[in-house]
Design a protein around this ligand. Structure first.
Ligand code: SF4
Length: 239
C-alpha cells in the first residue's frame, strides 16, 4: 500500500515538472561553474606569464570557492601547484599592502623561522622564541635589531604554534610572516581567519638549517607607511 502511494506521488505531473526544472537548473549551474573555472584558469595563467595581476580582488574570493576545478584547469594549461601558490601569495600580499602601511609600527610583528639562523647559533630559547644576540654568524643579527629599533616586535620561532601564542599575548594589528611557500600560505590563511592584516615573505631556499631569504625585500615591506626606510645594521665583518 505504502509503495503504491509513493509511486503515485512520483508519477504526479507537478513533481515531474519540478524534477525537470531542478535537473535543468543543475545543468546550468554545472555549465556556469565549468565556464567560470576555465575563464579563471586562463586569467591566472595569463597573469603569471605576463607577470601582472588582472582583477585580483575578483579572482581571490572566487578562487577560494572554486579552488579544485581552477587548479585542474591551471594544471592543464601548464601551471603547476607551486606556481599557482606563489601567484596566490602575491595576490594576498598585494591586497593587504595598503592596510598594512596604515598600521602603526608598534602594532606590527615579524615572525622569522628558526631555519634562517646559523647552524651554530648561540640564541637561547625563551617564552617569546629564540633571542638573537647578534653574534654575527647570520644576517638575522643585523635585521632583528634594526626592526626592533624601528618599533617592530620580532620573533624567531621554532614552530607555528608560537605564532598563535604570541598573537594572543601581544595582540598586534598586522604581521609579516617569513617562511617557505607552504608556511606563508598557511600564515596568510590564518591571518584571514583572525582578520589580521598579513604579509608573507617566502624564503629563497627550503630546509631545516641555514635557509636564505631576500632580506632587502623584507626591509622594503617592513618600511611600508613609515617616514624613513628601515635599514639593516652594518655587517660587523666589513669593519
Ligand atoms: S645572529 Fe642571531 S640568529 Fe644569527 S646565529 Fe647569531 S644569535 Fe643566532
Amino acid at each position: 500500500m505504502a509503495a503504491l502511494i509513493s509511486l503515485a506521488f512520483f508519477d504526479n505531473p507537478v513533481w515531474n515538472n519540478l524534477a525537470l526544472i531542478l535537473g535543468e537548473l543543475l545543468l546550468v549551474f554545472i555549465a556556469f561553474w565549468l565556464i567560470f573555472s576555465i575563464l579563471m584558469g586562463v586569467l591566472i595563467v595569463v597573469s603569471i606569464h605576463k607577470k601582472q595581476m588582472y582583477f585580483p580582488r575578483l579572482l581571490r574570493p572566487f578562487f577560494t570557492i572554486m579552488e579544485g576545478t581552477v587548479k585542474v584547469v591551471c594544471l592543464i594549461l601548464g601551471v603547476d601547484g607551486s606556481q599557482l601558490m606563489e601567484f596566490l601569495i602575491k595576490i594576498d600580499n598585494q591586497m593587504n599592502l595598503k592596510n598594512f602601511s596604515r598600521i602603526p609600527v608598534e602594532q606590527r610583528v615579524v615572525f622569522f623561522p628558526q631555519c634562517l639562523r646559523a647552524r651554530d647559533c648561540p640564541a637561547r630559547l625563551t617564552p617569546d622564541g629564540l633571542k638573537c644576540v647578534s653574534c654575527g654568524k647570520c644576517t638575522l643579527g643585523r635585521v632583528v635589531p634594526a626592526l626592533n629599533e624601528a618599533g617592530y616586535k620580532t620573533f624567531i620561532i621554532p614552530g607555528s604554534t608560537f605564532i598563535k601564542r604570541m598573537i594572543k599575548k601581544y595582540k598586534p594589528m598586522g604581521m609579516i610572516g617569513v617562511g617557505c611557500m607552504m608556511e606563508v600560505k598557511e600564515g596568510l590563511e590564518m591571518g584571514r581567519k583572525i582578520s589580521m592584516t598579513t604579509i608573507g615573505v617566502v624564503t629563497q631556499s627550503d630546509g631545516c638549517v641555514e635557509t636564505t631569504m631576500d632580506f632587502e625585500q623584507l626591509m622594503e615591506v617592513a618600511s611600508l607607511g613609515l617616514s624613513e626606510p628601515i635599514r639593516m645594521k652594518p655587517d660587523p665583518r666589513d669593519k
